[in-house]
Design a protein around this ligand. Structure first.
Ligand code: COA
Length: 716
């Protein structure tokens, strides 16, 4: 039963039970309406407590139901449940454990009092799926905590822990313990205490005018234009909160309903809902035998105290795992430790980490110059120079000294995990864990499963570790560049050609940033400092590259223009300011190379640039799927959203090519682009052709077309 009214003397406890997260669907709404009707009819009941069974209070509307909403019809039949709450004549206390999010928190706001467990969290995360709180949250929250604070909370979508929530006035009381039984007892006590005082509904209050000056909304709009480029929902949120401050509640609710429907009908919301489910799906490994359990990682090691090693050590410490950071170079270890201290100090200063928490994490990291100190580690991540010979030497040595059951992970961005594993006697316990710089900040980890290396247990352990580190782990097959960098190559290739054909690096960057990318391809190159690139390309085999796309980078390196660290790369930089400026020197190099290849110069629109770079990028995604190097199109999207700055409101490159471009259009354009670029360097993926020919989409792909991922070798 989804709803149940339990009578505790003069207090009715309305239990909701809709696993796994008590999301509000029609059945839950019905349970609320019926439960309240029974409680109202019962003259012995003087107050009601709303409580939830299972792991959490109501975690929001059922996002799966959103897809069923007819664009013309009202969003849901919620008004019934909300109206029932609004007109309920007895005090309502919400008993919050787990997370009261979105519609869940809005239900509590429609009542009178909120009591929570110490570990509970509350928030209105709708903005993260391109929506706004549409059940009165934009009207009632400002009446509770003021317009400025409400704007901040709704625009961020952040979850607020109980202690902070109490301080902000979001809840009234924190229960002594975390058990749901005790919580409900505390809520019943509160209900008895407050029942004689009557109702305390937010609907009857006005927003504190001191928090709602015109300047508050102007500043919010200005900030959104800067930080939420191209996003629809944040602007509507400001409209709604402003309405809360300026209009009576009925009119404010009408503004909210209108804005909610506008968001719901906007393609961005569908794209963001796709992202929500894709991120959760990425965590599941479809062909993992049911009996496989991830072996817990209790102690970790990191080899290489460079920037990546430092970030990875911090990730392990952040998950509460003691870690030994090994580097043969004492000076590198000192620098690494100083960087770790600096990063923690910066986090404390920004309020992201408490002083004590930072100290605890720091205490979990020890340094050593000897591999022998990795003897206790369950999992060691290698983060040394990106050269096969170097990696293999490290793995051969580690294999000799670490525990026989230890897992060895390589933080490589494109090298073969199988070949690295071949240097060991434990191929089944070798896996790729490709972190993204800065590794302590970026959410993505590509977990690379070898074709011969990586047992199911090892794969599960690496994915579990990624989760514990607060990362999004995505399984990738062992191909050159895995998912992300393999696709990036095609993208950068087009960017390299575009500047030879007449676009400037500034124009290419701007067009892609205007599309929503976090930065343009040349800014990205400059940020990553590309002095190692010519050597890496030779190491991989220069014949793999379009000869036209190589010389500009090589000549910039020869001129000492490595990127931001030399204040010069494709762009120029000043020491005080990382804003890219046009570089006459780089432009001269580009012009020279274009002339030498006899490339005709022409004009490009921003649309041309975006289409060229992103169609080439997404086209590779089809090959990756066809080869079974990614389990699902959504996994590729998750990689690009979390590792490469693809705008989440566009859903990821595969979602974009299917929904914004359309597969048939995409095939036509990629074919034309391939003819232009040269078939040796770009041709439409056979899978894209096949999907178009068969009139299929990407969503059902995993079940019908993809060859299985090569079976991994058993654990050594
Ligand atoms: N609607 C539908 N399904 C939901 C859901 C929602 N609002 N919230 C969570 N789920 C599903 C997840 O898809 C997942 O399903 P699966 O097991 O089939 O993959 C399951 O519930 C558990 O969610 P998960 O995120 O894996 O668990 P968690 O414990 O890490 O996190 C939450 C729980 C509630 C914090 C998290 O799921 C969340 O943030 N949900 C969204 C809340 C939200 O945005 N609410 C407002 C909607 S308007």
């Amino acid at each position: 039963m989804v709803g149940r009214l339990e009578k505790r003397g003069d207090v009715g406890v309305l239990w909701i039970n809709n696993p796994p997260v008590n999301a509000i669907n029609r059945a839950v709404k019905r349970a609320i309406v019926d439960g309240l009707a029974d409680a109202e009819a019962d003259a012995d009941i003087h107050a009601v407590v709303i409580a939830c069974e299972g792991r959490t209070f109501i975690a929001g509307a059922d996002i799966k139901e959103f897809g069923q909403v007819d664009a013309g019809a009202p969003a849901t039949d919620t008004p019934d449940a909300m109206a029932a709450l609004q007109r309920f004549p007895k005090p309502i206390v919400s008993a919050i454990h787990g997370t009261a999010l979105g519609g869940g928190f809005e239900i509590t706001l429609a009542g009178d009092y909120r009591v929570a467990t110490p570990t509970a969290r509350v928030g209105l995360p709708e903005v993260k799926i391109g929506l706004l709180p549409g059940w009165g949250g934009t009207q009632r929250l400002p009446r509770l905590i003021g317009a400025a604070a409400a704007l901040e909370l709704i625009l961020s979508g952040d979850q607020v822990p109980a202690a902070a929530a109490l301080e902000m006035g979001l809840i009234d009381r924190i229960a002594d313990t975390d058990t749901n039984t005790d919580l409900v007892d505390a809520a019943v006590t509160l209900a008895r205490e407050k029942a004689p005082l009557g109702l305390r509904r937010l609907d009857r209050r006005a927003v504190d005018p001191a928090t709602a000056a015109d300047a508050v909304f102007a500043a919010a709009r200005e900030r959104i234009a800067r930080t939420r480029r191209g996003q629809h929902a944040p602007e509507r949120i400001v409209d709604c909160v402003e309405a809360a401050a300026r209009l009576p509640i009925d009119q404010g609710l009408a503004v909210e309903a209108d804005c909610f429907m506008r968001c719901m009908r906007h393609p961005q919301s569908r794209a963001l809902q796709h992202v929500f489910f894709a991120e959760r799906q990425a965590a599941s490994i479809p062909d993992l035998p049911a009996q496989v359990r991830p072996r817990p990682v209790r102690a970790g090691g990191v080899v290489g105290a460079g920037t990546m090693g430092v970030g990875i050590a911090m990730n392990l410490a952040g998950a509460g795992i003691p870690v030994t950071l090994v580097d043969s170079d004492a000076a590198a270890l000192d620098r690494g430790l100083a960087a770790i201290r600096g990063n923690y100090a910066a986090s404390v200063k920004r309020g992201r980490l408490g002083t004590e928490q930072a100290a605890q994490r720091l205490a979990l990291i020890r340094t050593s110059q000897s591999y022998a100190d990795l003897a206790d580690a369950d999992l060691i991540v290698e983060a040394v120079f990106e050269l096969m010979s170097v990696k293999k030497a490290v793995f051969a040595e580690l294999d000799q000294v670490v525990r026989p059951d230890a897992i060895l992970a390589t933080n490589t961005s494109f090298l073969s995990v199988d070949e690295i594993a071949s240097a060991t006697s434990r191929a089944g316990q070798v896996v790729g864990m490709h972190f993204f710089a800065p590794a302590n900040v970026m959410r993505l980890v590509e977990v690379v499963r070898g074709a011969t290396a990586t047992s199911p247990e090892t794969l599960a352990a690496a994915m579990d570790l990624a989760r514990r580190m607060g990362k999004v782990g995505v399984v990738a097959g062992n191909c050159d560049g895995f998912i992300g960098n393999r696709m990036l190559n095609a993208y950068l290739h087009q960017a390299d050609l575009l500047i030879l054909e007449g676009a400037t690096p500034q124009q290419v960057d701007r067009a892609l940033v205007d599309f929503g990318m976090a930065m343009g391809p040349f800014q990205m190159m400059d940020l990553s400092n590309f002095d190692g690139l010519p050597r890496m390309r030779r190491d991989r085999g220069i014949e793999r590259y379009d000869p036209r796309s190589v010389p500009v980078c090589e000549r910039l390196v020869a001129l000492g223009r490595y990127g931001q660290k030399t204040l010069a790369g494709y762009h120029d930089y000043s020491p005080q300011d990382r804003t890219p400026q046009p570089s006459p020197v780089a432009q001269q190099v580009i012009d020279d190379v274009a002339r030498e290849f006899g490339i005709a110069r022409r004009q490009f629109t921003d649309e041309d640039i975006v289409q060229r770079c992103l169609l080439a990028l997404a086209n590779v995604g089809f090959d990756i799927l066809a080869e079974g190097m990614a389990y699902r199109a959504g996994d590729i999207d998750v990689v690009y959203l979390n590792g490469y700055g693809f705008p989440s409101h566009r859903g990821g490159p595969m979602y974009w090519i299917e929904n914004d471009v359309g597969l048939a259009q995409a095939l036509e354009r990629v074919t034309a682009l391939g003819d232009w670029t040269g078939a040796a360097w770009l041709k439409p993926s056979p899978l894209l052709r096949r999907l178009v020919a068969e009139g299929r989409g990407l969503s059902g792909l995993s079940e019908w077309s993809r060859p299985p991922v090569p079976a991994p070798a058993a654990a050594a």
